[in-house]
Design a protein. Structure first.
Length: 145
């Protein structure tokens, strides 16, 4: 199992960040490259087992299933769902986790993915996933500013 990991801070309090990021089906409202997010099998913010069908710019489509949702812990995990993965992986699980930075009133965010792939692709996919998480966090900052 390989890991792609990004951590950062967001200059907003935990409640404000979670109000945006904690909505599993709401990505299209704050991520620029996601044109549409359609829920399947449950529309609640944390409906474990539900799927979000994402349409990204360039007609790329992704299905992700929510496999864990911890509202009090401000964390959730999701996996690629479906026969066609947008990346050459045998398995992928992404996790988002928020923590308060009590000294400043801001929020610590970590976004990471665990994945299985061919050995030759590990570093390439790590770089790709890291870039995606970094872009998404930048979009989150724009939304909250």
């Amino acid at each position: 199992m390989s890991l792609a990991y990004v951590s950062s801070t967001v200059d907003a309090d935990l409640a404000a960040v979670w109000s945006v990021l904690g909505d599993f089906h709401g990505m299209s409202t704050w991520i620029g490259r996601i044109e549409k997010s359609e829920p399947e099998g449950g529309e609640g913010r944390g409906a474990v087992g539900s799927v979000r069908r994402l349409t990204l710019t360039g007609e790329l489509r992704v299905r992700e299933r929510l496999v864990h949702y911890d509202e009090p812990g401000h964390q959730y995990s999701y996996e690629f769902d479906g026969e066609v993965s947008p990346f050459p992986v045998a398995f992928y699980r992404g996790t988002v986790h928020l923590l308060p930075i009590t000294e400043t009133g801001s929020t610590f965010i970590e976004w990471y993915g665990e994945y299985d792939c061919e050995t030759a692709l590990v570093e390439q996919l790590r770089a790709t996933f890291t870039a995606i998480y970094t872009e998404f966090i930048a979009d989150l900052r724009k939304t909250l500013s």
